[in-house]
Design a protein. Structure first.
Length: 224
């Protein structure tokens, strides 16, 4: 039986909502500071993003210092899209994919980053996850591990994958294409609006690969 895809999936900003958690912690700190100074607290937001707070580099450093003191912080995050991790697990089992989760997360208090990340993935429906805490180019990692696809939310990581490996790079970008960095559509990077769309594209890639349909692959990446 033919083996399935070999896929790497980034964690923060791709399947795990780090920005929302950081925003909540930063807001609580700002509320306490505002109360102490007798000022109005910031208004809550429906879909908060850390960048909405426009923190200075000094404030951001202080926030990270506080966050990394929280025991097992990496187990506390919400999913970017509810059920996405469980769906990925189901697809991997059904289609015989090898899935590796990659991250550059710094060490927080408690268990190691790898163990915290594994616990989070298991809690959201992915049994026995493989997690690799990485440094350096995602493209070199993709090349060394002979990956077929990488899903990430950072354009620079996807560029590295597209240029330095034969893996297909899927960029999860919820905003408009007008917000993309210049040249984001080059080198065969596939831009998708969500992790759900990325998984749909992975299924199409797998079907094309399994059926030997090169034209479908070229169409998927805008080359045909």
């Amino acid at each position: 039986m033919q083996s399935g895809l070999r896929v790497a999936v980034d964690l923060d900003g791709t399947v795990a909502d780090l920005s929302k958690a950081m925003h909540a912690i930063a807001t609580r700190r700002m509320v306490k500071e505002a109360e102490a100074a007798g000022e109005d607290a910031p208004d809550p937001q429906e879909r908060p993003k850390l960048r909405d707070l426009s923190l200075s580099p000094r404030q951001l450093d202080a926030l990270w210092s506080a966050v990394l003191k929280i025991k097992n912080f990496w187990t506390t995050l919400d999913e970017m899209e509810s059920g996405a991790v469980a769906r990925l697990a189901a697809l991997a089992a059904e289609r015989r994919w090898d899935v590796l989760f990659i991250t550059t997360r710094p060490m927080a208090a408690g268990d190691t980053t790898q163990v915290q990340s594994q616990a989070w993935l298991e809690a959201h429906g992915f049994p026995r996850p493989s997690v690799y805490v990485v440094k350096g180019s995602r493209g070199r990692i993709a090349d060394a591990l002979q990956l077929d696809a990488v899903i990430d939310d950072r354009p620079e990581n996807c560029f590295d994958v597209a240029v330095e490996s034969s893996a297909r790079a899927f960029l999860v970008w919820p905003g408009t294409h007008d917000d993309l960095p210049p040249g984001a559509m080059r080198h065969g990077v596939k831009v998708v609006p969500s992790i759900t769309a990325a998984l749909d594209a992975l299924v199409e890639l797998d079907r094309a690969r399994s059926g030997g349909m090169g034209r479908s692959i070229r169409r998927l990446f805008g080359r045909g």
